[in-house]
Write a protein that binds this ligand. Structure first.
Ligand SMILES: [Fe+2]
Ligand SMILES: [Fe+2]
Length: 307
């Protein structure tokens, strides 16, 4: 049995100090949003409770689907690096960037490179990111036993009132090859992406702009599990693919207090096993409960994988 934890949308606080030059343009609007709204939602005590709960679960691996930062300040990447190193070793945690980690145009070296070790592939396939490759190249593929984790980058800078994402033709082409090859070899394929990967799963201004293209790739090549964040909600969608049913699962923010619109922080555990020639996957939702500030089992679900 392989135990995987999924968390997303940490939105690490507090916001570091920044110069007026750094705060020019879109970052200023993001800072106001943090000050007047988000700061009260993303609570670091909640996050610490959730992290402790993941550590106690003793999982084999962690998938983290983006939005560790808020407005992509250089200092946020340094703090994020420290947070990640306390959270887990790079070979135990696989990260993909979110829109808040690509909030403004920034070179790889000035930002995401600080978290680069958590995005390095170890399964060499055509067009994928390995150490020494072109720094910003995605997807990357990691092999853990008969499980393959495929990290797709949907984080792109967007205009001030948009939170959209984009995968792009180059990644889609590589993803097509990767999914086909991994299926031939009998892997359980887990795709990680920040934005909900199918059309209609997010509001237009927050959606993946090429969700239709990604949906076609997933339908044509198949995947067993697709993990995403971004909406800060509990989400589960099933997609019929050429190789069977794909489960598309979205997790709430890892640091959120419950609000009128959004649920409290949660992380998901997947217990994945190959049994009698078929995959089984039991998903457990671990949710923050305000009462006593503890994490509780919210529900358990068997994800069917008929093929
Ligand atoms: Fe987010
Ligand atoms: Fe997001």
């Amino acid at each position: 049995m392989f135990k995987l934890a999924h968390l997303s949308d940490v939105h690490l606080g507090p916001m570091p100090a920044a110069s007026p030059v750094q705060l020019a343009g879109k970052r200023f609007i993001g800072l106001m949003s943090w000050k007047f709204r988000r700061r009260a939602i993303h609570n670091m005590d909640v996050l610490n409770r959730l992290v402790t709960d993941i550590k106690q679960a003793n999982v084999d691996h962690v998938a983290f689907t983006g939005d560790l930062a808020n407005i992509s300040l250089p200092e946020e990447f340094s703090r994020g690096q420290r947070w990640l190193s306390e959270f887990g070793q790079p070979d135990k945690v696989s990260f993909v960037p979110g829109n808040h980690d690509a909030y403004v145009k920034l070179s790889w070296e000035a930002g995401l490179a600080k978290w680069g070790d958590y995005m390095v592939g170890d399964l060499n396939m055509p067009g994928v990111r390995m150490k020494g490759n072109n720094a910003g190249l995605f997807p990357y593929v990691r092999q853990r036993r008969n499980i393959a984790l495929i990290g797709v980058n949907s984080g792109v800078p967007a205009p001030w009132n948009k939170a959209w994402g984009h995968v792009g033709q180059r990644q889609l082409k590589a993803l097509t090859e990767v999914l086909n090859k991994l299926h031939e070899k009998g892997f359980y394929r887990i795709v990680m992406i920040h934005h909900p990967p199918l059309p209609g799963l997010a509001k237009d201004r927050k959606a993946l702009r090429d969700a239709q293209d990604l949906k076609l790739v997933l339908e044509k090549c198949g995947a067993e599990l697709v993990l995403h964040g971004h909406n800060h909600e509990h989400m589960h969608t099933e997609l019929e693919t050429r190789t069977g049913l794909a489960h598309v699962v979205g997790v709430p923010s890892a640091s959120a207090l419950k609000t009128e619109k959004k649920p409290a922080a949660a992380w998901y555990q997947f217990a994945i096993e190959r049994r009698s020639g078929a995959w089984t996957n039991t998903m457990t939702i671990r949710s923050y409960e305000g009462q006593g500030a503890k994490m509780v089992n919210q529900s358990q679900l068997c994800l069917d994988h008929r093929d």
